[in-house]
Design a binder for this molecule. Structure first.
Ligand code: SAH
Length: 232
C-alpha cells in the first residue's frame, strides 16, 4: 500500500511557479525519496501522517550540491557548504515529529543551513522563522526556498542562541546545532505548551532533548543520541 501517493493534501508547498520548471524532480528521484520514507522513517516507527507526506514530497536532492545528489536520500547526514551538514533524514523526521504543534502555530528554527528542515516545517506550519549565523548559507537557503514557492518563512542572520525575540513567543523551537547547555533565551521565548527540540552535549555525541513549557514549569525528556555540528 502506498501511504504517500501524489498529489498530497494537507501540507503547504512546494508548488510555486519555479517548482518543476527551474528545478528537476525525476521519477528516479521520487522513487529514492519514497524508499527513504518507507525504509528510514516509517520502518523506524515515525507515523505522523503529515510528517510522512511532507517528507515524501520534499525534494531533498535540491538542497545539496550536485556531486552528492545520488546520496541525497541515503540514511546519513551529508556535507553542505561552509563545513556544515544536512542532517540525516531520520533525525529531521524525529525532530519534526517531536514538535507536534498545530498547523496554525508559529515555529522558530535555529540553524537554517541548507533550508531542508526549514522547508519541511514550512510545509507543516503556517509561519516559520529561521535564524542562521553564516550570511552566505542564509542567502542560499532563502533563494532556494523562494524558488520552491515557499512564502511563509522569515529569515534572520545572527546568533540563534539568542532566539529571535522580535517575533516570540513560539509554539515550537527546533535547534539543528549542538550546544553544551540550553540557551536561556530559547526557554524564555517558548509559549505556554510550546516545545523546544535541541541536541545537548559534547562535540562528538549529544542527546536530543525535548523541553516543554507547562505554565511556570519546564519539563524535559531525552529522545535519542545524535551527532550535530556545534552551535557557534
Ligand atoms: N537544518 C540544517 C542543518 C544545518 S547544520 C539543514 O537541514 O541543512 C547547523 C547550522 O547551524 C549551520 O548552518 C550553522 O552555520 C548554523 N549555526 C551554528 N551556530 C549557529 C548560531 N549560533 N546561530 C545560528 N545558526 C548557527
Amino acid at each position: 500500500m502506498d501511504h504517500f501517493a501524489f498529489p498530497f493534501s494537507g501540507v503547504h508547498g512546494p508548488q510555486g511557479q519555479g517548482y518543476g520548471t527551474v528545478w528537476s524532480d525525476t521519477p528516479e528521484d521520487r522513487r529514492r525519496r519514497h524508499d527513504m520514507v518507507r525504509q528510514q522513517i516509517l520502518a523506524r516507527g515515525i507515523r505522523q501522517p503529515r510528517v510522512i507526506r511532507a517528507m515524501a514530497r520534499l525534494p531533498r536532492h535540491l538542497f545539496i550540491s550536485s556531486e552528492v545528489r545520488l546520496s541525497a536520500y541515503s540514511d546519513h547526514a551529508l556535507p553542505s557548504d561552509y563545513g556544515q551538514t544536512i542532517s540525516q533524514p531520520l533525525i529531521v523526521a524525529v525532530m519534526t515529529a517531536e514538535l507536534d504543534a498545530r498547523p496554525q502555530q508559529r515555529i522558530l528554527e535555529i540553524g537554517t543551513g541548507t533550508g531542508y528542515q526549514t522547508a519541511l516545517l514550512a510545509m507543516l506550519y503556517d509561519q516559520v522563522f529561521t535564524v542562521e549565523r553564516v550570511p552566505q548559507l542564509a542567502a542560499a537557503a532563502q533563494n532556494r526556498l523562494q524558488h520552491l514557492g515557499f512564502n511563509n518563512i522569515s529569515f534572520y542572520i545572527g546568533d540563534g542562541s539568542k532566539g529571535w525575540e522580535a517575533h516570540g513567543k513560539y509554539d515550537g523551537i527546533v535547534v539543528t546545532a549542538a550546544t553544551a547547555e540550553v540557551p536561556e533565551p530559547l526557554i524564555a521565548q517558548l509559549a505556554d505548551g510550546g516545545r523546544l527540540i535541541i541536541p545537548i552535549g559534547k562535540q562528538n555525541l549529544q542527546v536530543l532533548k525535548r523541553f516543554e513549557r507547562c505554565g511556570q514549569e519546564i519539563r524535559c525528556r531525552d529522545i535519542l543520541e545524535c551527532r550535530f555540528v556545534p552551535l557557534v
